[in-house]
Design a protein around this ligand. Structure first.
Ligand SMILES: [Zn+2]
Length: 113
């Protein structure tokens, strides 16, 4: 599962940053182009951190809009459906993705033990 391997990567980063300190909330920004389901991501996180020092920590996933820029007419379109990558103005498929591909760990809230 895609989300599970993402959680393993996040785990590695968070564990290193936390240095044994308690972790409360991990804030992520996930672009919609990533096709990651936030609820699945949170579910996988619980599995990954089970019986580790990070057990009980929570993922907060902020879903970032997918945006494409049209090479034909220059319009930027916020995509509702990432399976239909088209310009909202002229319908061209000659578009560049300019937003929604990020997968960022923006901050970690530490808790005192
Ligand atoms: Zn266009």
């Amino acid at each position: 599962m895609h989300e599970l391997s993402l959680c393993r990567s996040i785990y590695g980063i968070v564990e290193q940053s936390a240095h044994g300190r308690g972790v409360g909330v991990i804030h992520l920004q996930v672009g919609r182009m990533r096709q990651v389901v936030p609820d699945t991501l949170k579910y996988c996180w619980d599995l990954v951190v089970q019986s580790t020092g990070l057990e009980g920590s929570v993922l907060e996933v902020e879903s970032m809009p997918a945006v494409v820029s049209c090479r034909a007419c220059g319009t930027e379109t916020h995509l509702e459906d990432v399976l239909m990558v088209l310009c909202g103005q002229c319908g061209s498929t000659d578009v560049a993705v300019v937003g929604g591909e990020q997968f960022l760990l923006t901050s970690i809230d530490l808790v005192s033990a």
